[in-house]
Write a protein that binds this ligand. Structure first.
Ligand code: FE2
Length: 261
């Protein structure tokens, strides 16, 4: 079958959650989406509470992935252990609550594996290698999923590109998150992996990465540190559609399908 997977960029703040509620289900319908993965690590600004995770699922996420702000709200830890549909990066160095990958049931009994990993370059050096962690997960779970998807939460475009090419042919779709800036390099790599460097974000459009512009400008002017506040106003939803031929295991289409209010 032609499996249609929608990957949604980092949902930022209550405004991003509201935007997701308004647009995700219509977008899924418009593009005949079978399976949806949403990055939710900024749903409460820095991190998320269980109620934010529930909202992401209510809005239409099948699986929620996280990143460097996973522990921004420690009230999420027990929820990560009990809900198998939310993932945190698999390559934290020590044993921590939650799980870094899961295998889920898709349409027509299809098994879909989702892996969440985090980059080390300029982000968090206290992590196991995301490359070796990916190898280990894929090796230990060989044959258990017909389709593998990955959210690689990383700062550097180079590290994300390296992961795409490293796993080309081993996963069907691999996308980057974290920078909140959508990239225009959606492509199918030679061995059939659908890849894009960054999905972008879901939240206030008139902002700097979801934050009020004046907060960010002040920081770069060198003033006293101020708490970041979520911007308001019209929102955008950044998402990418991957179409995967489950017979050949190759991605056949990578398309941006952003919504701008
Ligand atoms: Fe992040």
């Amino acid at each position: 079958m032609q499996l249609r997977v929608l990957a949604v960029g980092d949902v930022v703040s209550e405004y991003g959650l509201d935007c997701l509620h308004r647009h995700l289900r219509p977008l899924k319908k418009q593009h005949d989406v079978h399976f949806t993965v949403v990055n939710g690590e900024n749903a409460a600004g820095i991190g998320l509470l269980p109620r934010h995770a529930e909202e992401l699922f209510d809005a239409g996420a099948d699986v929620v992935t996280l990143g460097n702000h996973t522990w921004g709200k420690l009230q999420i830890t027990e929820y990560l252990d009990t809900n198998p549909y939310i993932l945190r990066p698999a390559n934290f160095a020590s044993p921590l609550p939650g799980r870094g990958f899961g295998i889920y049931e898709g349409p027509r009994g299809l098994t879909i594996g989702v892996i969440n990993l985090m980059g080390r370059f300029e982000l968090d050096s206290n992590l196991d290698s995301p490359f070796q962690t990916a190898d280990r997960i894929l090796k230990e779970n060989a044959g258990k999923a017909q389709v593998w998807l990955m959210d690689f939460h990383a700062e550097a475009t180079s590290e994300k590109g390296a992961m795409g090419w490293y796993l080309d042919g081993q996963v069907q779709a691999l996308w980057g998150t974290h920078t909140h800036v959508p990239t225009a390099d959606g492509q199918i790599l030679p061995q059939g992996t659908g890849f894009i460097t960054d999905l972008g974000m879901t939240g206030p459009a008139q902002s700097i990465l979801g934050v009020r512009p004046e907060n960010s400008i002040q920081r770069f002017l060198g003033g006293l540190p101020r708490r970041y506040e979520a911007a308001s106003g019209p929102c955008k939803l950044n998402a990418v559609l991957f179409v995967i031929d489950t017979d050949t295991g190759r991605c056949t289409q990578v398309t941006r399908c952003d919504v701008l209010e």
